[in-house]
Design a binder for this molecule. Structure first.
Ligand code: ADP
Ligand code: ASP
Ligand code: MG
Length: 812
């Protein structure tokens, strides 16, 4: 009968219940094939053993306590599993011996290497005894096999190499009369000299495939606590997904580049044999898991992303390298002599620099060795001093299909660029199965998530902060919250509202701020601190950040430059920046065009109407805009739609104020400043260097510097008579009064009350409608008109939302 090898990781062997579960799983699978069940140590045991050995050698007073905890955990588990006394005895003996060993480490003051190998793999002895005993206590066939009596290895530079012929003979002696189930200790083995050795951390996976080769097994199943090999580390990319099928080589690259789920050497014994490996979940045994075999599958082209941590970068550069053959070889020979393994090498196409990524612990040594090796060239100024950069991680995108798929690299670097990740070095293996990218540690998680989102349509996470939960801000927060589930589903967008702030306080949250905060109540928050706010929203782990300024204040706009420079997108209905200081405006536009983040302000003109975007499209598509005119104030539109002979203008303003149609201070509307600001924003969109003071403004106030509702209502009746006369004159001519804004392409701009003929397009507006007419080279006979509701919290918030969606779209 054919063999199948199963392996259970420590994550599947936490306690007696877990062993019980494994017994159940294996029982359900038994019958058709003989089972070799390889086990890791119980969860956490290997770390605990290594720590124990070190503490005993350091004479720490508390090691006996830690020892006792380990012993009782295992012996209690044995009792709970109902092991026979003769099955428990070998474990008890092992613990007694361990205690003597630990005492001897104390005497020595150190842990000899071989002793450490022995001690660190004791957990596998115990867990195999536990599982074997559990089978037998339930009347099932089982035999305990100590892999140290079977597996022989040679220590190679790239890790242990299994000596299969030697090992096979030893195993044959055991399996001759064996029952249909073996329970085998993972991780441990012996070297050629017969000294106790291990297969390296996570080595039980390797034990399983070595056994499969020795037994000519038909299949290997590796049972763990995730549903299979995922396309990214689930600890760093929360929406990582299971990969259905991988080739041996893909699995190797993923494991080598840090996917903890598989020991990198695991597949080497199977390469010649075509034995499939399945990674399965102990928790969800019904799920298919990941199939790893020789063929794999060509799609998708990028199977997964991984990261190796704790690295450093050593860079050597200078004109002296140009065209000089052998420099790269000298670099490697030097590092090789220092036994420093190089994770990644990248040489600029200019041959001007060579950059090596090495383990962080070796970085200082690597720099020194290279400085010595190239001392002559450095002294002569042909090369610059060797540079070292710490805190580096290497990310790798892995997939067989990358070779034939054009554009993969472009997509990869595009995604990193949009996420504002600074790439330190790049290497593509000659197999084209792997693109490796060195980034700094603080950016690595963001980079991983951005890559993952770009390739697997996993959700694009947007970290959002809203400043100013007033009428517009609250409406926006409501819209964001309501739309979030649908956007997650249909557009793959994950909107995380992680901050809300007003001028005094802010509420920050790692996931989503509370409903109370979204309703504008920030009493549970902390004092406003713009730096902390920006840093929080620009969370390193989330690829994209947006700050939305829903205030009318000129304080947040003073921060836009620094936010954009930090890679935070800025969206606002606030006109202060768009119509304010021209130098700052230009800087913001430059940053928007060339920098890492976008600045969007569609809702500054016409609220939710697509005014700014329409104008941009005209300009970008090469049209020439000759004039822009319109009614830009919902309040003033309402006033003049309603103004009838017999009414007083001041009475009408009071009515509008009481109904909430004006700003709290009606002077803000009547002064014409708000309209003028909008005109400045549109004029600048045309490339005109327009400023507020260049606009001719005709205010609807008797004196220009009036402010405050009381003062306005005191003074306004002064104008009633004149306003009524103008209205009558307009009516007599068959026309109407409208408060309009006009801009010509030469930059002349005017805002004020006008008499318009009755058939003018602006004469027939409803309620608070805004209207903008663009007269251009293409739209010359008939202007392009954008018209509709142009005021109110909901439509303004909708304009802001559309900016957010447009930015999200551009993320790819
Ligand atoms: P076991 O004890 O079963 O051997 P490990 O802890 O060694 O389990 O490996 C499984 C763990 O590897 C998972 O819980 C997961 O956190 C981590 N991991 C890292 N990268 C990946 C990946 N790409 N796919 C699946 N798991 C991964
Ligand atoms: N117990 C060992 C470790 O923790 C081997 C393994 O679990 O695969 O590294
Ligand atoms: Mg493991």
């Amino acid at each position: 009968m054919n063999w199948i090898v199963h392996k259970f990781g420590g994550s599947s062997l936490a306690d007696a219940r877990a062993f019980e579960h494994v017994v159940g799983l294996m029982t359900a699978e038994s019958g058709a094939r003989r089972q070799a069940v390889v086990v890791s140590a119980m969860q956490g045991t290997t770390d605990a053993l290594i720590d124990l050995a070190e503490r005993a050698a350091g004479d720490a007073a508390d090691w006996p306590e830690a020892f006792e905890a380990l012993r009782s955990r295992h012996l209690e588990c044995a009792t709970m599993l109902g092991l026979e006394p003769e099955a428990i005895e070998p474990m008890a003996v092992s613990f007694r011996r361990l205690r003597h060993l630990l005492e001897s480490f104390g005497l020595l003051g150190s842990v000899p290497e071989e002793a450490l190998e022995l001690v660190s793999a004791l957990g596998e002895q115990w867990s195999a005894r536990l599982l074997d005993g559990a089978f037998r206590a339930r009347g099932q066939a089982s035999r305990f096999v100590d892999a140290r009596e079977v597996i022989r290895i040679r220590r190679g530079e790239l890790g242990p190499i299994a000596l299969l012929d030697d090992s096979r003979k030893r195993l044959a002696a055991i399996t001759n009369d064996a029952p249909d189930r073996l329970v085998v200790t993972g991780f441990c083995c012996r070297d050629e000299q017969g000294r106790i050795a291990t297969l390296g951390r996570d080595g039980s996976d390797f034990t399983a495939t070595i056994l499969a080769a020795l037994l000519d097994a038909g299949e290997v199943q590796i049972w763990t606590d995730v549903d299979g090999v995922l396309n990214a580390d689930p600890g760093r990319v929360p929406n990582a997904q299971v990969i259905e099928r991988l080739s041996y080589r893909e699995a190797f690259e993923l494991a080598y580049f840090g996917a903890r789920v598989l020991h990198p050497q695991t597949l080497s014994p199977l390469l010649q044999r075509d034995v499939p490996v399945r990674i399965r979940s102990t928790r969800h045994p019904d799920r298919p898991g990941t199939l790893i075999d020789r063929a794999g599958s060509g799609t998708p082209p990028v199977k997964g992303m991984t990261a190796i941590r704790d690295l450093a970068l050593v860079n050597i550069e200078g004109a002296g390298m140009l065209g000089v053959p052998g420099t790269a070889e000298r670099v490697f020979a030097t590092l090789h002599r220092g036994a420093i393994s190089v994770t990644m090498i990248s040489q600029g196409s200019s041959e001007h620099s060579i950059c090596c990524v090495v383990p962080a612990v070796d970085a200082d040594r690597a720099r020194q060795l290279l400085s010595e090796a190239f001392a002559r060239e450095i002294d002569a100024g042909q090369l610059q001093a060797v540079r070292q950069e710490d805190r580096i991680e290497v990310l790798a995108a892995v997939g067989d299909g990358m070779a034939g798929a054009p554009g993969v690299a472009g997509r990869l670097f595009g995604a990193l660029g949009r996420a504002g990740v600074n790439v330190r070095a790049i290497a593509q293996g000659s197999s084209e199965r792997n693109i490796s990218i060195a980034v700094t540690r603080d950016q690595s998680e963001r980079a991983l998530r951005a890559l993952h989102a770009a390739f697997y349509l996993s959700r694009h996470s947007l970290s959002i902060g809203v400043i100013g939960p007033g009428q517009v801000g609250r409406a926006l927060l409501g819209q964001l919250r309501d739309a979030a589930p649908r956007l997650a589903e249909t557009a793959g967008l994950d909107l995380q509202i992680r901050a809300v702030a007003n001028s005094r306080a802010m509420v920050l949250d790692d996931a989503q701020v509370s409903d109370v905060a979204m309703a504008g109540d920030l009493s549970a928050g902390e004092p406003l601190d713009y730096e902390r706010l920006a840093a929080h929203v620009r969370a390193e782990r989330l690829p994209h950040a947006v700050l939305i300024d829903c205030t009318a204040s000129d304080v947040p706009p003073t921060r836009y430059v620094e936010w954009l420079e930090a890679g935070i997108h800025v969206i606002t209905p606030n006109k202060q920046a768009g119509a304010g200081d021209l130098e700052r405006y230009r800087k913001l536009r430059r940053l928007d065009a060339d920098g890492p983040a976008r600045w969007r302000y569609e809702a500054t003109v016409g609220a939710g109407l697509p005014v700014v975007q329409t104008l941009r499209d005209l300009v970008d598509s090469g049209d020439r805009v000759d004039s822009i005119e319109g009614i830009f104030s919902g309040t003033l539109a309402w006033l003049f739609n309603r103004f009838e002979p017999g009414m007083t203008f001041s009475g009408l303003v009071r009515e509008a104020h009481d109904a909430g149609y004006t700003e709290p201070d009606p002077a803000d509307d009547l002064s014409g400043m708000d309209v003028a600001r909008k005109l400045v924003i549109l004029g600048r969109e045309l490339g005109l260097p327009l400023t507020l003071d260049a606009i001719e403004i005709d205010p609807l106030l008797p004196t220009a510097d009036l402010s405050g509702a009381e003062a306005v209502f005191d003074a306004l009746p002064e104008m009633d008579e004149a306003m009524s006369r103008r209205l009558e004159a307009a009516r007599a001519a068959g026309g109407c009064l409208r408060y309009t804004a006009r801009l010509a392409s030469d930059g002349s701009a005017r805002v004020g009350l006008e008499q318009l003929p009755g058939d003018h397009p602006f004469a027939h507006l409803a309620l608070t409608d805004n209207v903008v007419a663009f007269r251009t080279r293409r739209y010359c006979d008939n202007p392009l008109i954008v018209q509709g509701p142009g005021a109110g919290p909901d439509v303004t918030a909708a304009g802001v939302f559309s900016d957010l969606l447009r930015i999200a779209q551009s993320l790819g």
